[in-house]
Design a protein around this ligand. Structure first.
Ligand SMILES: Nc1ncnc2c1ncn2[C@@H]1O[C@H](COP(=O)(O)OP(=O)(O)OP(=O)(O)O)[C@@H](O)[C@H]1O
Ligand SMILES: [Mg+2]
Length: 255
């Protein structure tokens, strides 16, 4: 199958000269439609930098990002805006990514309005309610403020907002790390469900190898900006080839 996303020798360097930091080094990877690719590695290894470069929140320094066969690594202006509808990101901290002064449903209505989706405010609110129901939230909760929700509910709201533009790829950056284990499982079930019902593909950033093992099809292991190993989750986790992967696994008692 033609990959949805193909990243070729991507580099992200922050700053210039002596102060510069090479966060992503010659990374190549691909993701097929409705595939979940896990991205693991220790804090600071460059996972978020790679995720942000892929959705063009960060400008890559060099390399290619092919999305549906088109290079999006240097898009600007209107073309970039269109691309940013097709890929969305969900972050670790669901509270920090919601505006505390705006009712959660209105926040998503605003996203639809900016992108000229729907004919009227009423129609947009109906779309929001459908989205809410598809992520397991009650319709009338759309009229509440972020502080009136639990962490897991807030993450559902962030997922609903990410889905509002009907993306094909979602970069989920540690989306459950801040949640209790039981709530984590519910959100992971939701992601699995969205993959099936919406044919959504994911780059799932995580430091939790047990979660990656359960959820992802393939996993890429990142170390110091580079992908040192990648493959089907069972292969990489049961038979790690790289020394760093073995170290990561050794740190998890259950493996
Ligand atoms: N905007 C930025 N400007 C300069 N340096 C940055 C910037 N963002 C990240 N870095 C640096 O790039 C490196 C990679 O950071 P990144 O956030 O991508 O790591 P990460 O793997 O996501 O870590 P974590 O697991 O802690 O989230 C780190 O050394 C970080 O300090
Ligand atoms: Mg990060």
């Amino acid at each position: 199958m033609e990959p949805l996303l193909k990243v070729e020798e991507l580099n992200v360097i922050y700053g210039h000269g002596r102060q510069s930091l090479h966060a992503v080094k010659d990374v190549s990877l691909d993701i097929s439609p409705s595939e979940i690719l896990g991205l693991v590695g220790e804090s600071g290894c460059g996972k978020s930098s790679l995720g942000k470069a892929i959705i063009r929140l960060t400008d890559p320094t060099s390399g290619k990002i092919l999305f549906k066969g088109n290079d999006v690594s240097t898009l600007q202006g209107k073309a970039l805006k269109t691309y940013r509808q097709e890929v969305q990101m969900v972050f670790q901290d669901p509270y920090g990514s919601l505006n505390p002064r705006i009712k959660v449903g209105n926040a998503i209505v605003d996203v639809l309005t900016v992108h000229r989706i729907g004919q009227s405010r009423t129609e947009r609110m109906e779309m929001v309610i459908d989205l809410f129901e598809s992520v397991g939230m009650q319709a009338d909760w759309a009229y509440r403020y972020p502080h009136q929700f639990s962490g897991g509910q807030r993450q559902r709201i962030c997922i609903a907002r990410a889905l509002s533009l009907e993306p094909d790829l979602l970069v989920a950056d540690e989306p459950v790390s801040a949640l209790d284990v039981s709530i984590q499982a519910e959100i992971l079930d939701l992601l699995e469900d969205l993959r099936a019902t919406r044919k959504l593909a994911f780059l799932f950033v995580s430091h939790d190898l047990a979660v990656v093992r359960n959820l992802c099809d393939r996993v890429a292991v990142m170390y110091n900006g580079e992908i040192v190993e990648a493959g089907p989750v069972a292969d990489v986790i049961d038979n790690p080839q790289h020394e760093y992967t073995r170290k990561l696994l050794a740190a998890v008692p259950s493996f």
